[in-house]
Design a protein around this ligand. Sequence first.
Ligand code: MG
Length: 155
Amino acid sequence: MRIGFGFDVHRLVEGRDLWLGGIKIDHCLGLLGHSDADVLIHAICDALLGAANMRDIGYHFPDTDPRFKGADSKVLLREVVALIKGKGYSIGNIDATICAERPKINPHIERMQACLAEVMGIGPDQVSIKATTTERLGFTGREEGISAYAVCLVE
Ligand code: MG
């Protein structure tokens, strides 16, 4: 068994859709990025790649590559799972935390779990997603961005 860790941040701006955990959430701000900027998926991708010692998401999907402009991060996650599978690993479990002041994440967690499990070809019980605010402190507290952390085990 091997452990992996991932972390990501994206800026919140007006005029973008908010994609988080593979689903679109209704909110007045969205995350800015070259792809759909799904910060949770990106943290999970980095955790999986890290567990397999296969560098990071930016290495495999550079933000200078026009192929990934506006990319659905679910496609990247599916590709990452294929990459680690190619090295002989399967996913044990994932545990992730989203840090956001708004919107409230909890009502969306079950849908995110189901979506991400389906994309990774694992059961929803293997994907734990948690949410916290940062008590109005820092950039997440000021709603300038959203961050996400993820750890995983691969076997
Ligand atoms: Mg990112």
